[in-house]
Design a protein around this ligand. Structure first.
Ligand SMILES: N[C@@H](CCC(=O)N[C@@H](CS)C(=O)NCC(=O)O)C(=O)O
Length: 205
């Protein structure tokens, strides 16, 4: 069995994506909560050594550090032949979904959420309008990608579902609403045995 360690924080949708994937895949691991609101230099030395950029998530597999949530999801799927990585076509789907999410949903929802956080970054109203317009287009594309399937990977969730879940779990906090199809997918995701609230993915030590 590989030795797997995950650094993250409950406020990081990027870290939640990876925690959910590990849970769905049944991969035993240890998690470490890193205070992403504290000054980067104060974060644990082992974490800073693993990722000098001081960002979560960081996944260590047998001591080798992996960064960037999308790349980590694809590493999990490919290396452990799970969550889409069981087949060539499943892996192709995983790449398409993970890269789409990073370019689109992963660009606008974190900013919309941050704009509403008490004490969060200030955004000009025009910027927020533009982000909401992008989300509306993303939601339409999500509906197309999901089609009539239960999950983005078909009858079972894969890493593409984990990628979108990272921030789709916080639509209300971001001040946007899901389409009916996306809302039904969110309910199915919340019902998964491996699903946890962010605090449970990254409990305080
Ligand atoms: N593109 C990166 C984004 C990672 C990221 O922005 N992490 C944030 C939390 S969501 C973080 O660690 N922020 C703390 C900091 O930069 O000091 C990924 O997909 O992993």
């Amino acid at each position: 069995m590989p030795d797997i360690e995950l650094y993250g924080h409950p406020d990081s949708g990027h870290a939640c994506k990876v925690a959910l994937a590990l849970g769905l895949a049944g991969l035993a691991h240890r998690t470490y909560r890193v205070d992403i609101w504290a000054a980067p230099a104060t974060r644990p030395p082992a974490f800073l050594a693993a990722n000098p950029a001081a960002e979560v998530p960081v996944l260590l597999i047998d001591g080798i550090a992996h960064v960037q949530s999308g790349a980590i999801l694809l590493e999990i799927a490919g290396r452990f032949a799970c969550l889409g990585g069981e087949s060539v076509s499943g892996m192709r789907r995983a790449r398409e979904l993970v890269i789409w999410e990073a370019n689109r949903i992963g660009m606008c929802l974190p900013q919309l959420k941050e704009a509403r956080r008490p004490g969060g970054d200030d955004f000009a109203p025009e910027v927020l309008d533009w982000l909401r317009m992008r989300f509306a287009a993303d939601a339409r594309r999500f509906d197309m990608l999901l089609g009539s399937a239960a999950f983005l990977h078909g009858s079972k969730p894969g890493v593409g579902d984990c990628a979108v879940w990272g921030y789709a779990q916080w639509l209300e906090e971001a001040g946007v609403a899901p389409t009916p199809r996306m809302g039904a997918w969110i309910d199915r995701m919340r019902g998964l045995d491996a699903m946890r609230v962010p605090e449970a993915f990254f409990p305080p030590h």
